[in-house]
Design a binder for this molecule. Structure first.
Ligand SMILES: [Zn+2]
Ligand SMILES: [Zn+2]
Length: 158
């Protein structure tokens, strides 16, 4: 699903990154496809154009969630019931089963748990991305070091 006005970056930054200057500086385009990897076993989490996770909802049910691997898109399908504003109990790698929840890290917007994955764009190498487990919360962050690498890499067309 594409947005209506792909060439309207100001509005896009306001919408996606209302209060995060680091991400604004990196300038990742909203339609950039992210290749996601498990930080533990290193396997790819992308399948058929989606990033796939093993999830546990708040009632303890386990299922599979397929997420559009674009920063701006909320599209997500799950095999179990997950409310839009629900804080998932756990998010795990579909390959090795290791929890991707970043210990001790809470979302700055709503104090929810956060998920850490590795991702790459074109030949950027593997970078760390940390995002909120709650679907309607779009807060995410990267390490300062990784973000500097993106900013420095001016050859990237994104
Ligand atoms: Zn894994
Ligand atoms: Zn959040």
């Amino acid at each position: 699903m594409k947005q209506d006005n792909p060439k309207d970056p100001v509005r896009w930054e306001e919408e996606v990154w209302p209060s995060h200057p680091l991400m604004e500086r990196s300038g990742i385009r909203r339609d950039t496809y992210l290749n996601c990897w498990c930080p533990s076993c290193g396997a790819s989490l992308n399948q058929n154009g989606k990033a796939v996770f093993h999830i546990v909802n708040r009632t303890g049910e386990e299922g599979i969630s397929r997420v559009s691997p674009y920063l701006n898109i909320l599209d997500r399908e799950s095999t179990i019931q997950v409310d839009d504003d629900e804080e998932l109990i756990d998010v795990r790698c579909i390959h090795c089963g290791v929890s991707l929840i970043e210990p001790g890290r809470l979302c700055r917007q709503d104090q929810c748990k956060m998920v850490r994955v590795h991702f790459s764009v074109q030949d950027s190498g593997r970078l760390s991305l940390i995002f909120c487990v709650r679907r309607t919360c779009r807060w995410y962050t990267m390490s300062e070091e990784d973000n500097e690498r993106l900013i420095i890499g001016e050859s990237y067309e994104w």
